[in-house]
Design a protein around this ligand. Sequence first.
Ligand SMILES: Cc1ncc(COP(=O)(O)O)c(C=O)c1O
Length: 432
Amino acid sequence: MPLRKKDLEGKTINCADYSLIDFQDLDSDDLFEIADYFWEYVADGIRKEYMVYGQPMMTGPKTEFEVFDHNTNSVRTFLNFCSYNYLGYSFHPEVMETVKATIDKFGTGAVSAPLLSGFSYPVKILEEEIARLKGKEAAIVFATGYGTNIGILSALLHPGDVAVLDILSHASIYDGVRLGGADIRVFAHNNPKHLEKTLKGLEGRRTIVCIEGVYSMDGDLSNLPELVPICKQYGAKILVDEAHASLIFGDKGGGVAEHFGLEDEVDIAIGTFSKSFGAIGGFAAGEQKLMTYLRMYSNSYVFSCAMAPHTAAGILKVLELFGKDKSERDQLWENTHYMHAQLKAAGLDIADTKSQVVPVMAGSDPRLREISRRIQAKGLYTGVVAYPAVSKNKTRLRLSVSSKHTKEQMDRAVAILQEVFSETEDWDPASA
Ligand SMILES: Cc1ncc(COP(=O)(O)O)c(C=O)c1O
Protein backbone atom coordinates (compact mmCIF):
# COMPACT_ATOMS: atom_id res chain seq x y z
CA MET A 1 0.00 0.00 0.00
CA PRO A 2 1.42 3.43 -0.89
CA LEU A 3 2.32 5.81 1.94
CA ARG A 4 -0.33 8.48 2.40
CA LYS A 5 0.70 12.12 2.37
CA LYS A 6 -1.90 12.99 4.96
CA ASP A 7 -0.22 10.62 7.43
CA LEU A 8 3.18 12.24 6.86
CA GLU A 9 2.65 15.96 6.33
CA GLY A 10 3.83 18.11 9.22
CA LYS A 11 5.24 15.10 11.09
CA THR A 12 8.84 14.34 11.97
CA ILE A 13 9.83 11.00 10.45
CA ASN A 14 11.34 8.60 12.97
CA CYS A 15 13.22 5.83 11.14
CA ALA A 16 12.22 3.34 13.85
CA ASP A 17 8.58 3.61 12.70
CA TYR A 18 9.26 2.61 9.08
CA SER A 19 11.10 0.09 6.97
CA LEU A 20 12.35 0.30 3.39
CA ILE A 21 9.22 -1.30 1.98
CA ASP A 22 7.12 1.68 3.16
CA PHE A 23 8.86 4.03 0.76
CA GLN A 24 8.13 2.11 -2.41
CA ASP A 25 5.23 4.41 -3.28
CA LEU A 26 3.36 7.55 -2.17
CA ASP A 27 -0.12 8.80 -3.06
CA SER A 28 1.23 11.93 -4.75
CA ASP A 29 0.76 13.55 -8.20
CA ASP A 30 4.48 14.27 -8.26
CA LEU A 31 6.57 11.27 -9.26
CA PHE A 32 9.57 12.46 -7.26
CA GLU A 33 7.86 13.54 -4.02
CA ILE A 34 8.46 10.16 -2.38
CA ALA A 35 12.16 11.04 -2.36
CA ASP A 36 11.52 14.03 -0.06
CA TYR A 37 10.04 11.81 2.62
CA PHE A 38 12.62 9.09 2.07
CA TRP A 39 15.31 11.73 2.50
CA GLU A 40 13.91 12.52 5.96
CA TYR A 41 13.87 8.80 6.82
CA VAL A 42 17.51 8.46 5.74
CA ALA A 43 18.52 11.69 7.54
CA ASP A 44 17.06 10.32 10.79
CA GLY A 45 18.95 7.05 10.19
CA ILE A 46 22.20 8.99 9.69
CA ARG A 47 21.60 11.04 12.88
CA LYS A 48 21.14 7.81 14.83
CA GLU A 49 24.19 6.19 13.17
CA TYR A 50 22.10 3.51 11.48
CA MET A 51 23.18 4.21 7.90
CA VAL A 52 25.74 1.45 7.57
CA TYR A 53 24.93 0.83 3.90
CA GLY A 54 27.06 2.06 1.01
CA GLN A 55 30.23 2.91 2.91
CA PRO A 56 33.20 2.81 0.52
CA MET A 57 35.93 0.20 0.92
CA MET A 58 39.29 1.92 1.02
CA THR A 59 41.24 -1.33 0.63
CA GLY A 60 40.25 -4.66 -0.95
CA PRO A 61 37.97 -7.33 0.54
CA LYS A 62 40.48 -9.28 2.61
CA THR A 63 39.48 -10.58 6.06
CA GLU A 64 40.39 -7.19 7.51
CA PHE A 65 39.87 -4.09 5.39
CA GLU A 66 39.63 -0.35 5.62
CA VAL A 67 36.23 1.28 5.16
CA PHE A 68 35.19 4.92 5.20
CA ASP A 69 32.91 4.94 8.25
CA HIS A 70 29.95 7.32 7.77
CA ASN A 71 29.40 7.56 11.50
CA THR A 72 32.86 8.79 12.42
CA ASN A 73 33.71 10.42 9.07
CA SER A 74 36.98 8.55 9.09
CA VAL A 75 38.73 5.55 7.56
CA ARG A 76 38.67 2.65 10.00
CA THR A 77 39.91 -0.95 9.94
CA PHE A 78 37.21 -3.59 10.23
CA LEU A 79 37.05 -7.32 10.61
CA ASN A 80 35.40 -8.33 7.32
CA PHE A 81 32.67 -10.96 7.54
CA CYS A 82 30.69 -9.34 4.73
CA SER A 83 32.47 -10.10 1.42
CA TYR A 84 31.71 -13.25 -0.59
CA ASN A 85 35.41 -13.96 -0.99
CA TYR A 86 34.80 -17.46 0.38
CA LEU A 87 38.03 -18.94 -0.95
CA GLY A 88 40.06 -15.72 -1.05
CA TYR A 89 40.66 -16.04 -4.79
CA SER A 90 40.26 -12.33 -5.52
CA PHE A 91 43.71 -11.84 -3.96
CA HIS A 92 45.42 -15.03 -5.14
CA PRO A 93 48.80 -13.93 -6.61
CA GLU A 94 48.48 -16.18 -9.68
CA VAL A 95 44.97 -14.97 -10.39
CA MET A 96 46.09 -11.35 -10.07
CA GLU A 97 49.09 -11.98 -12.36
CA THR A 98 46.84 -13.59 -14.97
CA VAL A 99 44.41 -10.67 -14.84
CA LYS A 100 47.24 -8.16 -15.24
CA ALA A 101 48.76 -10.06 -18.18
CA THR A 102 45.36 -10.26 -19.88
CA ILE A 103 44.87 -6.50 -19.46
CA ASP A 104 48.22 -6.02 -21.21
CA LYS A 105 46.86 -7.97 -24.17
CA PHE A 106 43.15 -7.07 -24.24
CA GLY A 107 42.92 -3.73 -22.39
CA THR A 108 40.43 -2.99 -19.62
CA GLY A 109 37.09 -4.00 -21.14
CA ALA A 110 35.22 -5.91 -23.86
CA VAL A 111 33.68 -2.60 -25.03
CA SER A 112 31.00 -4.31 -27.10
CA ALA A 113 28.03 -6.62 -26.75
CA PRO A 114 28.88 -10.35 -26.93
CA LEU A 115 27.04 -11.04 -30.19
CA LEU A 116 29.05 -8.27 -31.83
CA SER A 117 32.76 -7.96 -31.05
CA GLY A 118 32.57 -8.33 -27.24
CA PHE A 119 32.83 -12.14 -27.18
CA SER A 120 36.50 -12.63 -26.31
CA TYR A 121 38.53 -15.82 -26.47
CA PRO A 122 38.90 -16.02 -22.63
CA VAL A 123 35.08 -15.85 -22.35
CA LYS A 124 34.68 -18.58 -24.98
CA ILE A 125 37.05 -20.88 -23.07
CA LEU A 126 35.34 -19.98 -19.80
CA GLU A 127 31.99 -21.08 -21.24
CA GLU A 128 33.52 -24.47 -22.15
CA GLU A 129 35.02 -24.86 -18.68
CA ILE A 130 31.77 -23.93 -16.97
CA ALA A 131 29.84 -26.46 -19.04
CA ARG A 132 32.36 -29.06 -17.85
CA LEU A 133 32.10 -27.92 -14.21
CA LYS A 134 28.31 -28.17 -14.32
CA GLY A 135 28.21 -31.43 -16.30
CA LYS A 136 26.23 -29.78 -19.13
CA GLU A 137 26.61 -29.58 -22.92
CA ALA A 138 27.03 -25.81 -23.10
CA ALA A 139 27.10 -22.59 -21.09
CA ILE A 140 26.60 -18.86 -21.57
CA VAL A 141 28.65 -16.32 -19.62
CA PHE A 142 26.84 -13.11 -18.63
CA ALA A 143 28.30 -9.86 -17.30
CA THR A 144 26.49 -10.25 -13.93
CA GLY A 145 24.66 -12.92 -11.96
CA TYR A 146 21.61 -10.69 -11.64
CA GLY A 147 21.54 -10.24 -15.41
CA THR A 148 21.75 -14.00 -15.87
CA ASN A 149 18.48 -14.75 -14.09
CA ILE A 150 16.78 -11.72 -15.62
CA GLY A 151 17.86 -12.70 -19.12
CA ILE A 152 17.19 -16.42 -18.95
CA LEU A 153 13.82 -16.27 -17.22
CA SER A 154 12.43 -13.38 -19.27
CA ALA A 155 13.52 -15.08 -22.51
CA LEU A 156 11.85 -18.37 -21.62
CA LEU A 157 8.66 -17.31 -19.89
CA HIS A 158 5.70 -15.48 -21.36
CA PRO A 159 2.18 -14.53 -20.25
CA GLY A 160 0.29 -17.74 -19.50
CA ASP A 161 3.39 -19.59 -18.30
CA VAL A 162 4.05 -20.20 -14.62
CA ALA A 163 7.19 -20.02 -12.51
CA VAL A 164 6.96 -21.85 -9.20
CA LEU A 165 9.50 -20.32 -6.83
CA ASP A 166 10.74 -21.30 -3.43
CA ILE A 167 9.51 -18.32 -1.41
CA LEU A 168 13.09 -17.45 -0.41
CA SER A 169 14.30 -17.10 -4.00
CA HIS A 170 16.65 -14.25 -4.87
CA ALA A 171 15.22 -10.97 -6.23
CA SER A 172 16.79 -11.63 -9.65
CA ILE A 173 14.63 -14.76 -10.02
CA TYR A 174 11.42 -12.93 -9.10
CA ASP A 175 12.36 -10.00 -11.36
CA GLY A 176 13.21 -12.24 -14.34
CA VAL A 177 9.85 -13.99 -14.15
CA ARG A 178 7.99 -10.68 -13.85
CA LEU A 179 9.84 -9.27 -16.84
CA GLY A 180 8.73 -12.21 -18.96
CA GLY A 181 5.12 -11.64 -17.86
CA ALA A 182 4.58 -15.16 -16.47
CA ASP A 183 2.56 -15.91 -13.34
CA ILE A 184 4.46 -16.45 -10.10
CA ARG A 185 3.44 -19.10 -7.57
CA VAL A 186 5.50 -19.59 -4.44
CA PHE A 187 5.89 -22.70 -2.32
CA ALA A 188 6.91 -22.78 1.35
CA HIS A 189 10.66 -22.88 1.73
CA ASN A 190 12.07 -26.30 0.82
CA ASN A 191 8.67 -27.91 1.38
CA PRO A 192 7.98 -30.88 -0.96
CA LYS A 193 4.33 -31.23 0.08
CA HIS A 194 3.59 -27.62 -0.68
CA LEU A 195 5.47 -27.84 -3.99
CA GLU A 196 3.37 -30.84 -4.97
CA LYS A 197 0.14 -29.11 -3.99
CA THR A 198 1.15 -26.06 -6.06
CA LEU A 199 2.10 -28.11 -9.14
CA LYS A 200 -1.11 -30.15 -8.92
CA GLY A 201 -3.12 -27.00 -9.54
CA LEU A 202 -1.07 -26.10 -12.60
CA GLU A 203 -1.37 -29.21 -14.76
CA GLY A 204 -1.52 -28.39 -18.48
CA ARG A 205 0.46 -25.16 -18.11
CA ARG A 206 4.11 -24.63 -19.08
CA THR A 207 5.92 -24.53 -15.75
CA ILE A 208 9.41 -24.02 -14.41
CA VAL A 209 10.42 -24.56 -10.78
CA CYS A 210 13.23 -22.32 -9.50
CA ILE A 211 15.37 -23.41 -6.57
CA GLU A 212 18.66 -22.21 -5.08
CA GLY A 213 21.50 -24.55 -4.13
CA VAL A 214 22.45 -22.65 -0.96
CA TYR A 215 19.88 -20.07 0.09
CA SER A 216 21.52 -16.67 0.05
CA MET A 217 20.02 -15.24 3.24
CA ASP A 218 19.80 -18.44 5.28
CA GLY A 219 22.74 -20.58 4.25
CA ASP A 220 20.67 -23.77 4.24
CA LEU A 221 20.67 -26.24 1.36
CA SER A 222 17.88 -26.91 -1.08
CA ASN A 223 16.03 -30.10 -0.46
CA LEU A 224 16.72 -31.29 -4.02
CA PRO A 225 16.37 -35.05 -3.36
CA GLU A 226 12.72 -34.54 -2.40
CA LEU A 227 11.88 -31.64 -4.70
CA VAL A 228 13.30 -32.98 -7.95
CA PRO A 229 11.11 -36.13 -8.22
CA ILE A 230 8.01 -33.99 -7.72
CA CYS A 231 9.04 -31.61 -10.51
CA LYS A 232 9.63 -34.63 -12.78
CA GLN A 233 6.29 -36.20 -11.87
CA TYR A 234 4.46 -33.02 -12.93
CA GLY A 235 6.60 -32.36 -16.01
CA ALA A 236 7.96 -29.06 -14.69
CA LYS A 237 11.36 -27.82 -15.86
CA ILE A 238 13.96 -27.23 -13.12
CA LEU A 239 16.29 -24.25 -12.72
CA VAL A 240 18.82 -24.32 -9.87
CA ASP A 241 20.77 -21.18 -8.96
CA GLU A 242 24.07 -22.19 -7.34
CA ALA A 243 25.33 -18.63 -6.69
CA HIS A 244 26.64 -19.38 -3.20
CA ALA A 245 27.27 -23.10 -3.73
CA SER A 246 29.62 -23.17 -6.73
CA LEU A 247 33.12 -24.41 -5.82
CA ILE A 248 31.85 -25.04 -2.27
CA PHE A 249 29.66 -28.14 -2.76
CA GLY A 250 30.20 -31.20 -4.95
CA ASP A 251 33.47 -33.06 -5.54
CA LYS A 252 34.34 -31.04 -8.61
CA GLY A 253 32.76 -27.86 -7.19
CA GLY A 254 29.59 -27.96 -9.29
CA GLY A 255 27.33 -27.11 -6.34
CA VAL A 256 24.52 -28.68 -4.36
CA ALA A 257 23.03 -30.55 -7.35
CA GLU A 258 26.37 -32.31 -7.80
CA HIS A 259 26.59 -32.88 -4.02
CA PHE A 260 23.28 -34.80 -4.20
CA GLY A 261 24.16 -36.56 -7.50
CA LEU A 262 21.32 -34.75 -9.26
CA GLU A 263 23.18 -32.66 -11.84
CA ASP A 264 21.56 -34.49 -14.75
CA GLU A 265 18.09 -33.73 -13.44
CA VAL A 266 18.63 -29.97 -13.52
CA ASP A 267 17.52 -28.38 -16.80
CA ILE A 268 19.18 -24.99 -16.30
CA ALA A 269 22.11 -24.54 -13.94
CA ILE A 270 22.74 -20.93 -12.92
CA GLY A 271 25.68 -19.46 -11.04
CA THR A 272 27.64 -16.29 -10.38
CA PHE A 273 31.33 -15.43 -10.46
CA SER A 274 30.95 -12.79 -7.75
CA LYS A 275 31.28 -15.20 -4.84
CA SER A 276 33.78 -18.08 -4.59
CA PHE A 277 35.36 -17.13 -7.93
CA GLY A 278 36.28 -13.71 -6.49
CA ALA A 279 35.26 -11.81 -9.63
CA ILE A 280 32.03 -10.68 -11.31
CA GLY A 281 29.65 -12.21 -13.84
CA GLY A 282 27.18 -15.05 -14.12
CA PHE A 283 26.47 -18.17 -16.13
CA ALA A 284 23.71 -20.45 -17.33
CA ALA A 285 24.43 -24.03 -18.41
CA GLY A 286 22.27 -26.68 -20.04
CA GLU A 287 21.59 -28.44 -23.34
CA GLN A 288 23.40 -27.05 -26.37
CA LYS A 289 20.17 -26.31 -28.28
CA LEU A 290 18.63 -24.49 -25.35
CA MET A 291 21.75 -22.41 -24.73
CA THR A 292 21.95 -21.48 -28.42
CA TYR A 293 18.37 -20.22 -28.22
CA LEU A 294 18.84 -18.36 -24.93
CA ARG A 295 21.99 -16.65 -26.15
CA MET A 296 19.94 -14.94 -28.85
CA TYR A 297 16.84 -14.15 -26.78
CA SER A 298 18.18 -13.09 -23.36
CA ASN A 299 18.07 -9.31 -23.61
CA SER A 300 20.42 -8.77 -20.68
CA TYR A 301 22.98 -10.72 -22.73
CA VAL A 302 22.24 -9.38 -26.21
CA PHE A 303 21.89 -5.71 -25.29
CA SER A 304 24.61 -5.40 -22.67
CA CYS A 305 28.39 -5.29 -22.79
CA ALA A 306 30.21 -8.63 -22.52
CA MET A 307 32.31 -9.73 -19.56
CA ALA A 308 35.79 -8.14 -19.68
CA PRO A 309 38.44 -10.53 -21.07
CA HIS A 310 40.66 -10.12 -17.99
CA THR A 311 37.75 -11.08 -15.72
CA ALA A 312 37.24 -14.30 -17.70
CA ALA A 313 40.97 -15.04 -17.66
CA GLY A 314 41.07 -14.56 -13.86
CA ILE A 315 38.13 -16.94 -13.39
CA LEU A 316 39.81 -19.51 -15.65
CA LYS A 317 42.89 -19.32 -13.44
CA VAL A 318 40.68 -19.86 -10.38
CA LEU A 319 39.22 -22.98 -12.03
CA GLU A 320 42.70 -24.25 -12.83
CA LEU A 321 43.94 -23.67 -9.26
CA PHE A 322 40.81 -25.20 -7.76
CA GLY A 323 41.08 -28.23 -10.06
CA LYS A 324 44.62 -28.92 -8.83
CA ASP A 325 44.24 -28.20 -5.13
CA LYS A 326 41.12 -28.16 -2.96
CA SER A 327 42.89 -27.34 0.31
CA GLU A 328 41.43 -23.83 0.30
CA ARG A 329 37.96 -25.34 0.31
CA ASP A 330 38.93 -27.77 3.08
CA GLN A 331 40.05 -24.76 5.12
CA LEU A 332 36.76 -23.00 4.41
CA TRP A 333 34.84 -26.00 5.78
CA GLU A 334 37.04 -26.09 8.85
CA ASN A 335 36.37 -22.38 9.44
CA THR A 336 32.67 -22.77 8.73
CA HIS A 337 32.25 -25.58 11.25
CA TYR A 338 34.26 -23.61 13.79
CA MET A 339 32.09 -20.50 13.34
CA HIS A 340 28.86 -22.49 13.57
CA ALA A 341 30.02 -24.09 16.82
CA GLN A 342 31.32 -20.86 18.38
CA LEU A 343 28.23 -18.84 17.51
CA LYS A 344 25.94 -21.53 18.92
CA ALA A 345 28.07 -21.78 22.05
CA ALA A 346 27.69 -18.00 22.43
CA GLY A 347 23.92 -18.50 22.53
CA LEU A 348 23.28 -16.94 19.10
CA ASP A 349 20.60 -18.19 16.73
CA ILE A 350 22.11 -19.19 13.38
CA ALA A 351 18.90 -20.78 12.06
CA ASP A 352 19.43 -23.85 9.89
CA THR A 353 22.60 -22.85 8.07
CA LYS A 354 24.67 -25.68 6.64
CA SER A 355 27.22 -23.54 4.87
CA GLN A 356 29.61 -20.60 4.92
CA VAL A 357 26.60 -18.25 4.69
CA VAL A 358 25.70 -17.72 8.34
CA PRO A 359 22.68 -15.73 9.50
CA VAL A 360 22.63 -14.44 13.06
CA MET A 361 18.99 -13.78 13.77
CA ALA A 362 18.25 -10.31 15.16
CA GLY A 363 14.44 -10.03 15.35
CA SER A 364 12.82 -6.72 14.41
CA ASP A 365 14.17 -3.96 12.14
CA PRO A 366 14.80 -1.46 14.99
CA ARG A 367 16.83 -3.99 16.98
CA LEU A 368 18.80 -4.95 13.86
CA ARG A 369 19.67 -1.29 13.25
CA GLU A 370 20.89 -0.86 16.82
CA ILE A 371 22.92 -4.08 16.60
CA SER A 372 24.48 -2.99 13.32
CA ARG A 373 25.43 0.41 14.81
CA ARG A 374 27.07 -1.24 17.81
CA ILE A 375 29.00 -3.91 15.91
CA GLN A 376 30.28 -1.27 13.51
CA ALA A 377 31.47 0.86 16.43
CA LYS A 378 33.35 -2.21 17.68
CA GLY A 379 34.99 -2.79 14.31
CA LEU A 380 32.98 -5.68 12.85
CA TYR A 381 31.55 -5.58 9.33
CA THR A 382 28.78 -8.02 8.35
CA GLY A 383 25.82 -8.06 6.00
CA VAL A 384 22.86 -6.24 7.58
CA VAL A 385 19.69 -7.79 6.18
CA ALA A 386 16.54 -5.85 6.95
CA TYR A 387 12.88 -6.23 6.00
CA PRO A 388 11.76 -6.58 3.15
CA ALA A 389 14.86 -8.54 2.02
CA VAL A 390 13.73 -11.03 4.69
CA SER A 391 10.41 -11.33 6.50
CA LYS A 392 9.45 -8.89 9.24
CA ASN A 393 10.72 -10.38 12.45
CA LYS A 394 13.46 -12.43 10.83
CA THR A 395 15.98 -9.67 10.20
CA ARG A 396 19.55 -10.74 10.64
CA LEU A 397 23.21 -10.10 10.33
CA ARG A 398 24.63 -12.25 7.58
CA LEU A 399 28.18 -13.47 8.05
CA SER A 400 30.24 -14.73 5.14
CA VAL A 401 32.98 -17.06 6.32
CA SER A 402 36.19 -17.22 4.29
CA SER A 403 38.97 -19.80 4.15
CA LYS A 404 41.27 -16.88 4.93
CA HIS A 405 39.77 -16.00 8.33
CA THR A 406 42.10 -16.84 11.17
CA LYS A 407 40.91 -18.41 14.40
CA GLU A 408 41.75 -15.18 16.22
CA GLN A 409 39.58 -13.17 13.77
CA MET A 410 36.68 -15.60 14.14
CA ASP A 411 36.94 -15.50 17.95
CA ARG A 412 37.02 -11.71 17.91
CA ALA A 413 33.91 -11.56 15.70
CA VAL A 414 32.00 -13.99 17.93
CA ALA A 415 32.97 -12.05 21.08
CA ILE A 416 31.67 -8.79 19.56
CA LEU A 417 28.44 -10.45 18.47
CA GLN A 418 27.87 -12.09 21.83
CA GLU A 419 28.40 -8.81 23.65
CA VAL A 420 26.18 -6.73 21.34
CA PHE A 421 23.36 -9.28 21.13
CA SER A 422 23.20 -9.60 24.90
CA GLU A 423 23.35 -5.79 25.42
CA THR A 424 20.40 -5.32 23.05
CA GLU A 425 18.21 -8.15 24.32
CA ASP A 426 15.85 -5.82 26.16
CA TRP A 427 16.73 -2.72 24.19
CA ASP A 428 13.83 -0.34 23.68
CA PRO A 429 13.63 1.39 20.23
CA ALA A 430 12.00 4.41 21.89
CA SER A 431 15.37 5.13 23.56
CA ALA A 432 17.07 5.68 20.17
C1 LIG B 1 21.00 -16.71 -5.49
C2 LIG B 1 21.57 -15.51 -6.18
N1 LIG B 1 21.39 -15.35 -7.50
C3 LIG B 1 21.88 -14.29 -8.16
C4 LIG B 1 22.61 -13.32 -7.51
C5 LIG B 1 23.13 -12.14 -8.26
O1 LIG B 1 24.49 -12.32 -8.50
P1 LIG B 1 25.51 -11.11 -8.75
O2 LIG B 1 25.64 -10.38 -7.46
O3 LIG B 1 26.74 -11.82 -9.13
O4 LIG B 1 24.93 -10.25 -9.82
C6 LIG B 1 22.87 -13.45 -6.15
C7 LIG B 1 23.65 -12.43 -5.44
O5 LIG B 1 23.86 -12.40 -4.28
C8 LIG B 1 22.33 -14.56 -5.45
O6 LIG B 1 22.52 -14.73 -4.15
